[in-house]
Design a protein. Structure first.
Length: 159
């Protein structure tokens, strides 16, 4: 498959192996992926690794499923939460699941969606409503970040 991979000084389009789903994963055929400022800054500042595939604001259709995932997902339009967590390690207990050492974060510590396909844990999928254009699923992650930020700064009289 084609993917945009990090190389010294920037990025380039390269041929990489198609992902194969682990038993609890699916493979998503990427239909749209946002270009996040964090990706741009990582590339510009040179903090990426050679061969890294960025892209964490994405949506697509499930193309394949792992052995323990229902075949009912195949063909489903999905948005994907790029951040996974085990829910029990120190980082997860502190409320910083993006630092969880047990579960890779898509487009950060695991291959992301600047590619034709990406493997993702089933528990990180969100099925999109029928009729919603798939590319609108790319807005789920940045919207969640914005809503979380607003929630953290709001002052409530009952707090």
């Amino acid at each position: 498959m084609k993917a945009i991979v990090c190389v010294p000084g920037g990025v380039e389009v390269a041929d990489v192996k198609d992902p194969v789903p682990a038993p609890d994963e699916v493979v998503v055929a990427v239909e749209a992926c946002g270009l996040c400022g964090s990706d741009v800054h990582a590339i510009e500042s040179g903090v990426t690794t050679v061969g890294q595939i960025l892209g964490h604001e994405f949506a697509g259709r499930v193309a394949d499923v792992g052995d323990s995932v229902s075949a009912g997902w195949i063909g489903a339009a999905v948005a994907v939460n790029p951040l996974g967590s085990c829910g029990s390690c120190r980082a997860c207990a502190r409320g910083v699941p993006f630092e969880c050492p047990a579960v890779p974060n898509l487009g950060i510590t695991a291959p992301g969606a600047y590619a034709q396909y990406v493997a993702a844990p089933e528990r990180q999928l969100v099925r999109l409503p029928d009729g919603l254009p798939v590319e609108q699923g790319t807005h789920a992650e940045p919207l969640a970040v914005a809503l979380h930020a607003v929630d953290r700064v709001l002052t409530r009289p009952w707090d």
